[in-house]
Design a protein around this ligand. Structure first.
Ligand SMILES: CC(=O)N[C@H]1[C@@H](OP(=O)(O)O)O[C@H](CO)[C@@H](O)[C@@H]1O
Ligand SMILES: [Mg+2]
Length: 560
C-alpha cells in the first residue's frame, strides 16, 4: 500500500468508528443490525466491495437493505461479478473488517489481505461498484458511508443507482459484466417483452377469455410495489392492483409482506373480505421474495397460502412439459437435447412438496438455508430451479443449455415453424430471459407465475390443489449464544450441543408424519424451530415441545 493510500484510509476510517461491544457477522444475507449501529459497517463494506472489484477486475454490487426485517433495521450485502452473492471464501475477511477495533487494525487487515490476494493498492487499476438501497429512511446516510468506504480505495468509483429492489441491482451487475445494457429501463423492457412473448405462445389463447386476470399485490410498504407501478405500464393482459405500495400510511414490513404472510398465515393489512377468492401476492421489503395467497370466505383472518414450494412446483411442471415436448421430437431432428433438470430446496420445504416433486420424477436436493447455497447447487444443472418455502427462488439456465436451445429453435423453425415443438423451445428461451439469472426476484417471478397460470388456464385454487401441504409450525427461541448450536445434513441434525438431537428425536417419534429440526438464524439472534406433522395441533405441539428443549439446553427462559 503506498503512502497516499495509507493516509487516506487512516483519515477516512477515523470518521467511522465501530460500535462498542458488538460482534458483527456476514450471515445468511450480509450484515444486518439496528440501523443506528451500522455506519462503520457500511464504510468497511464499501472498502470490501472496492477490494473485490479490484480483485475480480469486474463490476461489483453493494446493496443496502434489511429485506423483511423491521424498518429500524438495515443491512448490507455484496453482489459478486455473476450477480450472485459474495463468494463464501471472502466472508471471514468481511467479518474481520467489520469487527476491526481501530483504524490501525483495519489498515493492517486490508494490507495483509491485499498481499495474500495479490491486489495492488497503488491506484494503478480502476474498479467500479454499483450501489443501491431500498426505501428505508436510514438508507441514504448509510449509503453515503458506503460510498466513503469505496472512495477510500484509490481507483475505486461508486455509481449510485438510487432506490432499487435487491434483484434489480444483482441483475444490473450480472448484465453489466456481460457487456449488455443494464439500465432500469432495460430491466423493465426485458421483463415485459419476454412476458408478452410467453403469453403470445399460448396454445389456447382464444379459449382464455374466461381466465381471471385480476391480481392484487401487497408491496410490503417497500420498494417492490413502487417498481411494479412502473413495470405495470408496460404490461398488457393483467389487471394489477397494488396495495401497501409505501406511498400511504403503512410501515415497511409491519403486518404486511411475504415474510409476515408466509410465517403467520394471516391476512396482511389492507386486505380483507373484499378480496375473497381473488389471486393475491405479497412481496417482501426488498422484493426478492413472493408468495401467493387467497382470502377464504368467513370471519377468520387466516389465508390460504401458496408458498415458494408451490411456485417451484408450478415452474417445474411447466419446464418439464416443455422439455418433454422437445424430447418427443428430438428423433425427427438431428439435435439430441436432453438437459439435466434439477430442483433445489431447503429443510423448510414442506414435506408434501418434496414428495410431490419426486413423484413427478424430478431430481430433488436439499441444501442449508440461504440463497447462496441453493443458487450454487442449482447452477450445477443445465436447468436448476430453486426456491425457499418463504418465496425466494429462481430458475437458472446454464450457458451450455442456452447455447443448445438457440440452434434447436432455429432448426425447428425451418422444419416445424409454429409447431408446439418449436414453441416449446422458444418458451424455454423466453423463460430464461424473463426469470432473473442472478437471484430470486419478486417481479420476474410474478410474471412467470402469471404466464404459466394463463397458459394452463388454471385458477389459483387449481394450482393450490397440486398437493396438500402438511401442517407446519415455525417458532423462534431466544438463547444466550445461538452459535452454540451446530448442525449437519443440510441443517436437519443437531451435532452440538450433545444430547439435543436425541431429545428432539424422542419428541418427533410421538407424532405421525412428524418432522422437526432446529438451526441458528443467520439474520436474527434466535434459534429457529420448524415442525411438521399430520395435524396442525400436532405440528404446534411438536414445535412447542422442541422449543422447550432448546430453552432447557441453551436458553435464558424467554422463548417467543
Ligand atoms: C426460515 C427462513 O425463512 N429463513 C430466512 C432468513 O434466514 P435465517 O438464517 O433463517 O434468519 O432470511 C434469509 C435471508 O432473507 C433467508 O434466506 C432464509 O430463508
Ligand atoms: Mg428479501
Amino acid at each position: 500500500m503506498n503512502k497516499e493510500q495509507l493516509d487516506l484510509l487512516l483519515r477516512e476510517s477515523d470518521r467511522f468508528p465501530p460500535p462498542h461491544g458488538m460482534r458483527l457477522s456476514y450471515g445468511t444475507a450480509g450484515f444486518r443490525e439496528d440501523a443506528s449501529v451500522l455506519l462503520s459497517t457500511m464504510y468497511r463494506v464499501g472498502i470490501l466491495a472496492a477490494l473485490r472489484a479490484l480483485k475480480t477486475e469486474a463490476v461489483i454490487g453493494l446493496m443496502i437493505t434489511a429485506s423483511h426485517n423491521k424498518v429500524s433495521d438495515n443491512g448490507v450485502k455484496i453482489a459478486d461479478p455473476s450477480g450472485g452473492m459474495l463468494t463464501q471464501e471472502w466472508e471471514p475477511f468481511a467479518n474481520a473488517l467489520a469487527n476491526a477495533p481501530s483504524s490501525r487494525d483495519l489498515v493492517r487487515l486490508i494490507n495483509e489481505f491485499a498481499e495474500k490476494e495479490n491486489i495492488l493498492l497503488d491506484g494503478s487499476k480502476s474498479a467500479q461498484i454499483l450501489v443501491a438501497r431500498d426505501t428505508r429512511p436510514s438508507g441514504e446516510v448509510l449509503l453515503d458511508a458506503a460510498k466513503n468506504g469505496i472512495g477510500s480505495i484509490i481507483g475505486a468509483v461508486a455509481q449510485d443507482m438510487g432506490t432499487l429492489t435487491t434483484p434489480q441491482l444483482h441483475w444490473m451487475v450480472h448484465v453489466r459484466n456481460k457487456g449488455l445494457e443494464s439500465s432500469e429501463l432495460d430491466y423493465f423492457n426485458g421483463l415485459s417483452n419476454s412476458f408478452k412473448w410467453l403469453l403470445d405462445s399460448n396454445p389456447n389463447n382464444s379459449e382464455l377469455n374466461d381466465w381471471d386476470n385480476r391480481l392484487v399485490v401487497d408491496g410490503a410498504n417497500g420498494v417492490g410495489g413502487q417498481k411494479l407501478e412502473l413495470l405495470k405500464e408496460k404490461l398488457n393482459g393483467l389487471a394489477i392492483e397494488i396495495r401497501n405500495s409505501g406511498k400511504g400510511e403503512g410501515v415497511l414490513n409491519e403486518r404486511v409482506g411475504a415474510d409476515f404472510v408466509q410465517k403467520e398465515k394471516t391476512v396482511p393489512c389492507s386486505f380483507g373480505s373484499q378480496d375473497v377468492g381473488i389471486r393475491c401476492v405479497s412481496f417482501d421489503g426488498d422484493a426478492d421474495r413472493l408468495v401467493y395467497f387467497t382470502v377464504p370466505s368467513g370471519s377468520s383472518n387466516k389465508i390460504n397460502l401458496v408458498d415458494g414450494d408451490k411456485i417451484l412446483s408450478l415452474f417445474a411442471i411447466f419446464i418439464k412439459e416443455q422439455l418433454t415436448i422437445l424430447a418427443a421430437r428430438s428423433k425427427d431432428t438431428k439435435i439430441a437435447f436432453e438437459p439435466r433438470l434439477g430442483v433445489v430446496q431447503t429443510a423448510y420445504a414442506n414435506g408434501a412438496s418434496t414428495r410431490y416433486l419426486k413423484d413427478l420424477g424430478l431430481e430433488v436436493v436439499l441444501t442449508p438455508t440461504g440463497v447462496k447455497y441453493l443458487h450454487e447447487k442449482a447452477a450445477e444443472y443445465d436447468i436448476g430451479i430453486y426456491f425457499e418455502a418463504n418465496g425466494h427462488g429462481t430458475v437458472l439456465f446454464s450457458d451450455y443449455c442456452i447455447s443448445l436451445l438457440q440452434p434447436v429453435s432455429w432448426e425447428l423453425s425451418n422444419v416445424f415453424a409454429g409447431s408446439e415443438t418449436h414453441k416449446a423451445a422458444l418458451r424455454l428461451l423466453a423463460i430464461s430471459k424473463l426469470i432473473n439469472q442472478a437471484v430470486g426476484d419478486a417481479l420476474s417471478g410474478l410474471l412467470l407465475v402469471e404466464a404459466i397460470l394463463r397458459h394452463k388456464n388454471w385458477s389459483i385454487h387449481k394450482w393450490s390443489e397440486l398437493y396438500q401441504d402438511l401442517p407446519s409450525r415455525q417458532l423462534k427461541v431466544k438463547v444466550v449464544d445461538r452459535t452454540a448450536v451446530e448442525t449437519s445434513n443440510a441443517e436437519t441434525k443437531v451435532v452440538k450441543p450433545p444430547g439435543l438431537q436425541e431429545a428432539i428425536d424422542l419428541e418427533i417419534a410421538k407424532y405421525p408424519q412428524g418432522r422437526c429440526f432446529i438451526r441458528p438464524s443467520g439474520t436474527e439472534d434466535v434459534i429457529r424451530v420448524y415442525a411438521e406433522a399430520s395435524t396442525q395441533e400436532a405440528a404446534d405441539d411438536l414445535a412447542t415441545s422442541v422449543a422447550k428443549l432448546v430453552d432447557q439446553f441453551l436458553g435464558d427462559g424467554s422463548s417467543k
